[in-house]
Design a protein around this ligand. Structure first.
Ligand code: ZN
Ligand code: ZN
Length: 266
């Protein structure tokens, strides 16, 4: 069976389509579950240009997700989730926010290194002036801390830093291994996120090097399209399936109320 655990909707201001359109597309292509995992609100309207207001979470997002879950019962299982951000200094706020909700899972993503939203096309120019190896080290240090803080269930797009095609000049396999050991100890899964195929790098997140280490460390996998438009739900999952076969023994993780289980994709 197949599921898509990483989808957005128009509330985040940089995606198209209402929640229900994502659900309908998932039903149309025969997914067993869809995870509605929009960008979580953050304290003090932090980074509000690319996410919903907290007030919208309570008045719109949460009630809509729970209502859709009932409406589509029997057709598809709908998971109530968010994509959270790891941003140092916000951990306590996020902990309290997560505790106030009955999330099925919370994706933990790193989109910021300091004030730099490095995956935002508006700020890609900063790569030209940055020391790329340092950027990679800083990125994986953030991933490590996002796992160690215990706030999240799934590592989102674990090598997002490659999005625009910038590559480290040195071999970073040991850095990756140390990072993934922390992920393993935190009991987290790593998502196979097909949106990288639609970005300049034209590769799935994460790389096969990372997936090979995940397999060696027996880290479970999840599946997500990171759809920001309804038609992208389940996009390129035939590629993702091949990776799950190769690096995850053909099994993916499912979550209910933040409890993990496993199922075969066959
Ligand atoms: Zn987004
Ligand atoms: Zn993301």
């Amino acid at each position: 069976m197949l599921v898509d655990y990483h989808t957005h909707n128009e509330l985040c201001k940089h995606a198209d389509g209402a929640l229900e359109e994502y659900v309908r597309h998932a039903v149309r292509i025969g997914l067993k579950e869809i995870g509605l995992a929009d960008h979580s609100p953050m304290p003090n309207d932090w980074d509000i240009e690319v996410r919903m207001y907290e007030e919208q979470f309570w008045s719109l997002y949460k009630p809509a997700v729970l209502e859709l879950r009932e409406k589509y019962r029997g057709q598809i299982d709908i998971k109530f989730a968010v994509e959270g951000d790891f941003f140092p200094g916000t951990e306590e706020w996020v902990r309290e926010f997560n505790a106030k909700n009955e999330f099925d899972y919370v994706i933990g993503s790193v989109h910021y290194l300091g004030e730099w939203g490095f995956d935002n096309p508006l700020y890609v120019g900063k790569f030209d002036h940055a020391e790329i190896d340092q950027v990679y080290l800083s990125y994986y240090d953030h991933i490590k801390r996002s796992a160690a803080c215990g706030l999240f269930d799934i590592v989102g797009h674990c090598d997002l830093v490659k999005k625009f095609g910038h590559r480290p000049t040195k071999d970073i396999e040991e850095v990756l291994r140390e990072t993934l050991k922390v992920v393993k100890n935190a009991g987290m899964a790593v998502e196979i996120n097909t949106s990288g195929l639609r970005k300049p790098v034209k590769e799935v997140y994460p790389s096969e090097t990372i997936l090979r280490i995940c397999s060696e460390l027996d880290i479970p996998l999840t599946l997500g399209s990171d759809a920001h438009t309804p038609g992208d739900v389940g996009r390129d999952f035939e590629v993702a399936k091949g990776l799950v076969e190769r690096y995850g023994k053909g099994r993916i993780s499912l979550y209910t109320r933040r409890q993990r289980s496993e199922v075969s994709i066959a």
